[in-house]
Each structure stands twice: as C-alpha cells, then as structure tokens.
Write a protein of this length. Structure first.
Length: 226
C-alpha cells in the first residue's frame, strides 16, 4: 500500500492547491486632498538614425595604366554589351567604351564587373599593350574628384564564337556566370588580332572583331581623392 501511494504522486497532472477563503478587502474612502494618479503618456519611438549616403561621383571618366603608358584615356558609358555595335562606334573614336545595364557591367567603384573595351590595332591603338600587363599592375579610374585604384590579378582569354565564354567575360564575377558579386572588379578587354593572325585564324564577326579577346581582370584595392 505504501508503494502504491508513492507511485500515485508521479502523475503529470497538476495538483490543485487548497483554496483559502480570503476576507473581502475593506472599503477605503479616497482622500479628496490627494491628487489622482497621473496616466503615463505612451512612449515615442526613438528616431531612426541612418548613415548618410555617399553620392556617386559624376563627370568624365578616364583610365590610366602607368605600366603600359596609358594616360587619361577617356571611357564612355553606354547601354549594351561588350563589343556590340554601339560600343564599336565609341571605340572607333579612339576612346574606350564601357557597357552598362542588364547585358553589361557596373560603373567605377561599384560592386560587380566594371567592363572597359578598346581597340588594340586600329583607331589610335589605345589598348595596344594591354596583353603585356602583369599581375600587380595598377589601373587608375578617375571619375570627377575620385580615383579608383584597381590591381590586376588575372588574365582571361575568351572566344567570341563560344557563347559560354562570352558569358564569362560579361559575368558580374568575371569568369563565373551566375555567381553573386561581393566586391568591385574590373575587366579590360581588347582584341587578340595579332595572336589570331599568327595562328592563321582570320575569322571576323560582322563588326570586324577577331575570334579571341584578351581580358585583364583587376580588383578594387583603394579609393582616394583625385
């Protein structure tokens, strides 16, 4: 019987405490000289503090590459993709072109792929020596009063006859289509005409571009006033 009594106390059901009859509270007559308690006013939310946005630099865009003697080359933004017809028209003026929009890249200093294209063997040959660039070379992009200092860290050669390789050039992360960018990068693209000709490859697209493009990839390392 003692064992049964102990086991009966292991139930999960709450045990009701015995009820005690408390006497009703005595009535209190309020003192007329005592002011009524004040009702607290609802607390107001603290004003949110947001960091001021840094305005995007505006004005002419130029590119300098000290290692190969490029100084103050103008870069013209346009809506399109690398080496399309509008971009070729810009390059034919002897300056560099930079595609923007869904099929292009971003602007200087922005997260993603900042693409710059230019001629190597014609129209002033502004990017003639780009294939000579070695890892560690600096590319200075000036916009308004700001200089964006990119450093070359890779080389990528692609074929215009292979859509998958063109996609690598235009990807937000160069060489990795579909990957979300986390840093500001730069692709400088120019033709591989001398190399293709030397290999006996004289293929050209409707705009006169050879099959292969040489791309120098760089990462943004510093930003400073011009």
């Amino acid at each position: 019987m003692l064992l049964l009594a102990v086991l009966a106390g292991c139930t999960d059901a709450p045990v009701a405490a015995p009820r005690s009859e408390a006497p009703p509270p005595a009535s209190v007559t309020p003192d007329p000289s005592t002011p009524p308690p004040s009702t607290p006013s609802p607390s107001k939310p603290a004003p949110s503090k947001s960091a001021p946005r840094t305005p995007r630099p505006t004005g002419p865009v130029t590119m300098s590459i000290p290692a190969i003697g490029v100084q103050g080359l103008r870069v013209v933004y346009y809506t399109g993709t690398a080496d399309d017809r509008p971009g070729t028209v810009i390059q034919d003026r002897g300056v560099a072109a930079s595609p923007r929009g869904r099929a292009g890249g971003v602007g200087a200093g922005e997260i993603g792929n900042f693409i710059i294209t230019g001629h190597r063997v014609s129209h002033g040959r502004p990017l003639e020596r780009v294939p000579e660039l070695k890892n560690g070379a600096h590319v200075l992009i000036t916009v308004g009063g700001t200089v964006y200092d990119y450093v070359v860290n890779d080389t990528m050669t692609i074929s215009f006859r292979k859509p998958a390789e063109k996609a690598q050039q235009n990807a937000a992360v160069p060489g990795r289509p579909g990957v979300r960018p986390t840093q500001a990068m730069l692709t400088i693209s120019t033709c591989a005409t001398p190399e293709d000709n030397a290999a006996g490859n004289y293929w050209r697209d409707a705009l006169g571009n050879p099959e292969h493009r040489i791309n120098k990839i760089a990462r943004l390392t510093a930003t400073r006033p011009a």
